[in-house]
Structure formats: structure tokens, C-alpha cells
Design a protein around this ligand. Structure first.
Ligand code: ADP
Length: 337
């Protein structure tokens, strides 16, 4: 359906391009033909000036001479028409192919954007449908349970609220992702150290619940960036470092300088990431094998994809180095200016 929509649009655009090319070619050919005809007529008749005509001393000879001239003009014009016909045929064929190529090229970015939009919508609806269906099933079971006590009902409501909170954060994440695709991030002066401290503060509850320690190697550094976006990115990395590491472990955050960028390393001593998953974890909704984690860790697999999109919007990049069962280091590289 979508394929045929873009196919039809390509053909329509090809037709339009071809119409423009052929109109120009035909107008040009017509002009050329008229100019050439005039030149031929003048060229054939001019040398036969009076002197030649006078040399022809009888009327019959003059008649033959003029008929010969007319025939020569007619033949020359016919030759031009044939040549122009071939040239236009060549332009029609090559112009048609070129038009189709140009039409496909012009439509490709629109087609890709459309494709990614529909993939996004279908992924998002799938992710939203699964927890909603599970919640509905739980509620139905509770409703048909004749022995349901007030305590059970309250427990059920609590679990519903928990699920709803997760769904809210998922929809917020989806909204953020779609905004990042359509909006530019405004940059201003900010302090990198403050940004990192704020990102850690956002995860204070989880970190202290797991009795983890955050080791910082930071200095005040002025940076030109979008403060909110960069804070979100580092907060996501700190959150993951805490989520995927055992109780009591250490998380270290270090800032270093390269020639034109600041590098922020967020290092944990957690479960690590399988090398096969390292590229995929930045994809939307991708979650690496959770069987390695003792307690099933909650999440929807969109944190890192938002982080990657945000960093790219800030002209930086995000990379990961990891060893299974030893830990991971995520590095955010942001330009100084
Ligand atoms: P979520 O954490 O909600 O699943 P993310 O997009 O933040 O989503 O992460 C994607 C996946 O990458 C996670 O499911 C996890 O498998 C893996 N991952 C991310 N950070 C770490 C980390 N610090 N240690 C181990 N695995 C990680």
C-alpha cells in the first residue's frame, strides 16, 4: 500500500519532470528549425545572384534551376526535421530515465521519514498494548474472584497504580523521542559539573536504596549545550549504572578533556553487556538478555535511544565499552562549543 503510494508519486513526479524537459526541448527545437530554415533558404538562393540567372538564357532553364533550388531547400529542411526528431527521441528516453532517477531521489528522504514514523507508531502501540492487556487480565481475575478481600483489592489497586506510573513514563519517553526527531535543541552556557551533580541527584533514591557509592572526578567546566537534554542523558546513564549493578557496588563518574570535546565517563561494576548487544542497546525498545540479572530489571528499552538522539542533536556522541559480569563504561562526548 505504502510502496504503491510512493511508486505512484514517483511516476507522477517523473511525468512532471519529463514534461518540463520535453517542453524546453521542443521549444528549443522549433526555434532551431526556424532559424536553420531561414539560413538554408538564404544560403541556397544567395550565390545564384543575378549573374547566374542572366547566364541562363532561356525560360525553361530558369524554371529548372528554380525547381532544383526548391527541392534542395525541401530536402535540407527534411533532413533537419529528421535530425531534430531523433534528438528529441533521445532526449525523451534519456530524460525519462533521468527524471525517474531524480524523482526517486527526491522522494527517498520522505519515504524514509514515513517508514520510520510508521515503525515508531507500531512499536509504540505494541509496547503500550502489552502492559495494558496484562493489567486488564489481572483486574478481570480479581473481579471474578468471589473470595476477594478488601486487602487483596487494595493490593490490586496498588499494582495498577505502579503499572500506570510505568506507562506514564513510557508515554513521556515516546513523546520525548518524537520531539527530538522534529525539534532543535537550544544551547546556552552551562556548568558541566552542575549538570552531572543534578543528574546524580535525580537518581539519589535508587542509589541509596541499593546502598551504592558514586565516586566523582569532576571540575567546574563551562560548556555550551542544552542543559536539560544533557542532564537527562547523564541521568539515564547513572540510572542504568545503578539498575544493572549489584547492591553496594561503586559507580564512578569522570570528566576528561580532549582537543575539542568534553568526555564524561559513567562506569559501573554491574552485569555488563554482551558484545553482540553493544550496538543494539541504542535501538528503540531493545533490551539485552535480562536472564543474567538476578532480579528482573524493569524498563522499556527507550532510555538509551533517547540519550543517543539527544547527544546527536548536541553534535556529540555516546559510546560503550563493556565486559560481561565485570561492568560497563558509557562515554558521552560533547563538543566544548
Ligand atoms: P531500559 O534500561 O529501560 O531497558 P535502556 O534503553 O536504558 O532501557 O537500555 C537498553 C538496554 O541496555 C537495557 O535493557 C540493558 O539490557 C542494557 N544496558 C543499559 N545500560 C546498561 C548497563 N549500565 N549495564 C548493563 N546493561 C545495560
Amino acid at each position: 500500500m505504502r510502496q504503491s503510494m510512493f511508486q505512484r508519486a514517483s511516476l507522477r513526479l517523473t511525468g512532471l519532470y519529463l514534461l518540463i524537459i520535453m517542453s524546453i526541448s521542443l521549444i528549443f527545437s522549433l526555434g532551431l528549425y526556424q532559424l536553420a530554415s531561414r539560413e538554408i533558404e538564404q544560403g541556397i538562393r544567395r550565390p545564384n545572384s543575378f549573374a547566374q540567372i542572366i547566364r541562363l538564357n532561356n525560360l525553361e532553364g530558369l524554371q529548372d534551376f528554380l525547381t532544383g533550388q526548391d527541392k534542395a531547400i525541401k530536402d535540407a529542411k527534411r533532413d533537419i526535421r529528421i535530425s531534430l526528431g531523433f534528438i528529441n527521441l533521445f532526449i525523451f528516453v534519456s530524460g525519462g530515465l533521468l527524471s525517474y532517477y531524480l524523482a526517486r531521489r527526491s522522494l527517498r528522504p520522505i519515504e524514509e521519514a514515513h517508514e520510520s514514523q510508521s515503525r515508531f507508531t507500531s512499536d509504540a502501540s505494541h509496547e503500550l498494548r502489552t502492559p495494558i492487556a496484562a493489567m486488564r487480565l489481572e483486574n478481570e481475575i480479581s473481579l471474578t474472584d468471589s473470595k476477594l478481600t478488601l486487602k487483596d483489592a487494595k493490593k490490586q489497586l496498588e499494582s495498577n497504580i505502579e503499572e500506570l506510573d510505568k506507562l506514564t513514563s513510557l508515554t513521556e519517553g515516546l513523546l520525548k523521542l518524537s520531539r527530538l526527531e522534529n525539534e532543535d535543541l537550544v544551547k546556552a552556557k552551562a556548568d558541566l559539573r552542575e549538570i552531572i551533580e543534578n543528574a546524580i541527584a535525580r537518581n539519589k533514591k535508587d542509589i541509596s536504596r541499593k546502598k551504592q557509592t558514586v565516586i566523582r572526578k569532576l571540575k567546574s567546566q563551562e560548556i555550551h549545550t542544552n542543559e536539560e537534554a544533557l542532564t537527562n542523558v547523564i541521568a539515564t546513564l547513572v540510572n542504568n549504572a545503578s539498575k544493572y549493578s549489584p547492591t553496594g557496588s561503586e559507580i564512578s563518574i569522570k570528566v576528561s578533556l580532549s582537543k575539542s570535546s568534553y568526555l564524561v565517563d559513567v562506569k559501573d561494576r554491574g552485569v555488563g553487556i554482551n558484545p553482540l548487544d553493544e550496538d543494539k542497546i541504542f535501538d528503540r525498545f531493545y533490551r539485552a538478555d535480562q536472564s543474567r540479572t538476578k532480579n528482573k530489571v524493569g524498563g522499556y528499552g527507550i532510555g538509551l535511544s533517547i540519550a543517543k538522539k539527544s547527544i546527536e542533536a548536541l553534535s556529540g556522541k555516546i559510546t560503550v565499552k563493556s565486559t560481561v559480569d565485570k561492568g560497563s563504561t558509557f562515554t558521552v562526548c560533547v563538543p566544548k562549543y
